[in-house]
Write a protein that binds this ligand. Structure first.
Ligand code: TYD
Ligand code: MG
Length: 456
């Protein structure tokens, strides 16, 4: 085994010490020291692909040869889209998500779809080979072309991969792997970071495309830290409610494509099925209009999607009014409620406010502002808004309505799904009328509230 030293590094100030201690001697932080590996020179230079004696020459940017980035379709359009148009040779993709959301299922299906074109190797540290075989049965995959390997030592995985030379590799999951260079337990921050670093170096050197599976902690972060996010080329999150049918794959970072691109899948008894036209699947169809529910058009990556925002405003009983959001940013809700108070005259200081985006979707764009405020107002007044109303728009601190990108496409999408009324910012008003959709363009929040209380 190569020579390595271990050091203890403070996660707060970065100070290093040869021994572990409960308190960092530099910054005084408690429990901040964690083990890190320091590879000896020969090892690190072997992994990074150059020897210390022959320095790499400096080149002009224009003279750099671009070996065309080879992209291969993974055989699932929704995943191709999220990857930015296919899998790039030698790239490392991290797939994060709650346990049971379908990461292993997705990757097994990907390998099966790829097996016609690319050689693959599935490394499992989590499940037995029998369990994977059972899953493959359930998915109707025959598996002649998929090679399986049950191993958790990174050194042995790399040695085997070097011999087998697959083109695509799945490592399920990064938290179960360990490197012999470190003494700490698998799953610890130091292990996850060092194991991933070795695998990334190997991927770059060998041109093998890798999928790393990462578990997510209760706080919603990839366990074993965000440090993984900057090491890999692409970070995808699998979102959705495990009890629900639909799953969303979202690109958080992508060196080879756009971020915030979405892929939508449905979990069925035969595995994940792609949903190629997902724009309206997240609407819960009420038989009649209900208070506190508003439909908005959100823009995800390169396409519009209709989602329902629900609010519940209720008399607070405990003295400390709660502001709870699911699928939206909490601070933004507090800000919007302040705007509603100052510019809409609605006092909610003694009310609990809960806001939810239906279907486990997360909306990160400010275009949701108007929908949130209308849902809150509708719930507070206990008056439903028309069921065929669609809204979008950003609300500013002075109560003005600001435009959002892609207004025209959002309106067309709403019209396509049978909505007849729209409230949008003036600057988003389309130049030509949309058939079947009556567009109300407004400047200020107060005008919207007037319009709504007039009942259209
Ligand atoms: P899994 O891929 O094991 O999740 P992860 O690797 O992210 O932990 O998915 C497991 C869940 O998916 C489990 O709750 C059962 C469900 N499932 C189906 O509904 N249909 C299927 O065909 C398969 C294989 C799994
Ligand atoms: Mg799994």
């Amino acid at each position: 085994m190569a020579k390595t030293r271990t050091l203890y590094s403070c996660s707060a100030c970065g100070a290093q010490s040869p021994q572990w201690a409960g308190q960092c001697s530099d910054c005084g932080g408690w429990n901040t020291l964690s083990e890190v590996a320091v590879l000896s020179k020969t090892v690190s230079s072997r992994f990074s692909g150059y020897s210390g004696d022959a320095p790499v020459p400096v080149q002009r940017l224009s003279a750099v040869k671009t070996d065309q980035q080879l992209r291969t379709s993974v055989g699932m359009q929704e995943l191709d889209r999220v990857l930015g148009g296919g899998l790039v040779t030698g790239s490392v993709v991290l797939i994060g998500g709650d346990p049971g959301i379908g990461k292993s299922t997705l990757l097994l299906q990907v390998l099966s779809a790829l097996s016609g074109g690319l050689d693959s190797l599935y490394v499992t540290g989590e499940e037995s080979l029998q369990q994977i075989s059972l899953r493959a049965h359930r998915l109707g995959i025959n598996g002649d072309d998929i090679r399986l390997f049950s191993e958790t030592s990174v050194e042995r995985i790399i040695a085997t991969a070097d011999k087998e030379r697959p083109q695509v590799m799945v490592l399920d999951s990064i938290q179960t792997l360990y490197t012999e260079a470190l003494q700490s337990a698998p799953g610890s921050v130091a292990q996850v970071r060092e194991s991933a670093a070795q695998l990334v170096r190997f991927a770059k050197q060998s041109g093998i495309a890798m999928f790393l599976v990462g578990h997510v902690t209760k706080e919603g972060q990839l366990a074993g830290p965000r440090v993984l996010e900057h090491m890999v080329d692409t970070v995808l999150y699998f979102e959705g409610d495990p009890g629900d049918r639909y799953r969303i794959l979202r690109a958080i970072k992508n060196r080879f494509g756009a971020v915030n691109e979405l892929g939508v899948f449905a979990m069925t008894e035969h595995g994940l099925k792609e949903v190629s036209n997902p724009s309206a699947i997240f609407l819960s169809r009420h038989e009649q209009a209900v208070p506190g529910s508003v439909v908005m058009v959100t823009w995800e990556g390169t396409r519009p999607m209709l989602v329902e925002v629900q609010a519940l405003v209720d008399q607070n009983q405990l003295g400390n009014p709660r502001r709870v959001t699911l699928g939206l940013e909490q601070n933004r809700l507090s800000m919007l409620l302040a705007v509603l108070h100052r510019h809409g005259g609605l006092t909610l200081g003694d009310q609990d406010v809960f806001v939810n985006v239906v279907g486990g979707v997360r909306v990160t764009e400010t275009a949701a502002d108007l929908a949130v405020l209308l849902a809150v107002t509708s719930s507070y007044r206990n008056r439903p808004l028309p069921a065929d109303l669609i809204v979008f728009g950003e609300v500013g601190l002075s109560g003005e309505l600001r435009p959002v990108p892609n207004g025209q496409q959002r309106i067309s999408e709403a019209a396509k799904h049978g909505f007849h009324k729209a409230i949008i910012p003036v600057a988003n008003k389309p130049k030509t009328a949309t058939k079947g959709l009556e567009v109300t363009a407004v400047n200020r929040l107060s005008q919207v509230l007037e319009k709504v209380s007039e009942g259209f």
